[in-house]
Design a binder for this molecule. Structure first.
Ligand SMILES: [Zn+2]
Length: 112
């Protein structure tokens, strides 16, 4: 088990869990402490965290989480491109498709 992300809320944690599940990544949400302990501990310690069953899924999971955070931040002006392999919408600043892992970036520019 490896922790990849601290969610801002239980709602966010379960949304991310669903996104990860859709991507075929086995993950769980755990609180570091029981809910009753909130108030006696730093808030960040009481928030839910996303844990992966398999550490090998870590990079893919982080890409899924980043994609969610990008969607949740409409103030950021990042263009959307579409994966040529699976047609998933992916932020332009991603190097690979978070859904299928295909390389992105459009046409190659010939050097010189
Ligand atoms: Zn793709």
């Amino acid at each position: 088990m490896v922790r990849v992300h601290s969610a801002g809320s239980v709602h966010e944690a379960h949304f991310l869990l669903h996104q990860l599940d859709s991507a075929g990544i086995r993950a769980h949400v755990f609180n570091n402490f029981a809910a009753g302990a909130i108030g006696e501990i730093p808030p960040s310690e009481g928030l839910p965290a996303i844990w992966l069953e398999d550490e090998a899924d870590r990079e893919r999971a982080l890409a899924v989480i980043e994609a969610h955070e990008w969607r949740a931040a409409p103030g950021e002006k990042i263009a959307t491109i579409y994966c040529g392999e699976c047609s998933e919408a992916v932020p332009e600043n991603f190097g690979i498709c978070w859904n299928c892992g295909a390389l992105l970036g459009g046409e190659d520019k010939a050097p010189g």
